[in-house]
Design a protein around this ligand. Structure first.
Ligand SMILES: C[S@@+](CC[C@H](N)C(=O)[O-])C[C@H]1O[C@@H](n2cnc3c(N)ncnc32)[C@H](O)[C@@H]1O
Length: 251
């Protein structure tokens, strides 16, 4: 038996309303308030790092814009209790945020959302060692996740950094259902306009009032257009800190 919510949506779609137009009226399913529980405890029955040997994964945290001073500046501005990163790769940017948090004696957790399967541009050129090569396919499947895990373990940040290895939208839905919000959400997954726009739509709802949604790659058309489109629709001002763009959610 369809719920009233799905019947209403079905009717609206048949009348020509898009998901986008319906979004603002949509109520999130599940708990409204964030209970403050750590995502690690809600997500993993076993510690993802336990019995993991980083030894066979030599140190390599190469990423893009991963050590920007913007991370420290936004952490100073927001003083987050929880950070969610959407798009982690080898962990470069997550580890920069971890270092910046440690330097401020913060025990904030960082949740890393990534399929660790690579974005579109990582599958385009078999000769590209920094992208395709770094996926490090084993029997045709990327082993990138284990390099990330090793980098985090070597840096001693296992308690702070929790992997959430699912697609961005799935993670956002999980957060919505669990009532999980973050003070800082860093978007650095796909760079295709529709994907980025979708990330902005689903993750904006998971930013706490007073928090910030920010991201990389303003110079990519897909990113810039998606951010401008979303900001225009929501009447938000796009701000910049070094190489990052950001949107602040008013209290
Ligand atoms: C540009 S890299 C992230 C770089 C990282 N932030 C850094 O600074 O090193 C993009 C990452 O997003 C992930 N990704 C792409 N689309 C995704 C999606 N829809 N859901 C989850 N992860 C995704 C890819 O697997 C890849 O690891």
């Amino acid at each position: 038996m369809p719920s009233i919510h799905s019947l209403a949506k079905s009717l609206a779609y048949r009348c020509g309303f898009s998901l986008r137009r319906l979004r603002q009226a949509k109520k999130l399913v599940g708990k409204d308030g964030d209970t403050g529980e750590r995502v690690r405890d809600l997500l993993h029955r076993r510690d993802p790092y336990s019995n993991f040997d980083p030894g066979s994964w030599p140190d390599d945290v190469a990423g893009w814009g991963s050590d920007s001073p913007a991370f420290g500046e936004l952490i100073d501005l927001i003083r987050p209790a929880r950070v969610i990163e959407v798009g982690t790769w080898k962990g470069g940017s997550a580890l920069t945020m971890a270092r910046e948090l440690s330097a401020r004696n913060s025990d904030a957790e960082i949740v890393c959302v990534d399929t660790w399967l690579g974005a579109l541009e990582m599958w385009m050129d078999l000769g590209d060692d920094t992208r395709y090569g770094a996926l490090d396919l084993r029997h045709g499947f990327p082993s990138l996740y284990y390099r990330f895990l090793a980098n985090v373990a070597r840096a001693g940040e296992q308690d702070r950094i929790t992997p959430f290895p699912v697609p961005s939208v799935t993670a956002a839905q999980w957060c919505a259902l669990r009532g999980i919000r973050a003070d800082l959400v860093y978007i650095d997954a796909s760079h295709e306009e529709d994907d980025v726009y979708q990330d902005l739509v689903v993750w904006w709802d998971q930013v706490r009032a007073g928090g910030v949604l920010f991201g990389d790659d303003w110079t990519w058309d897909g990113v810039r257009l998606a951010v401008q489109r979303f900001a225009g629709e929501e009447r938000l001002t796009v701000r910049h800190s070094h190489d990052k763009w950001f949107l602040k959610k008013e209290k």
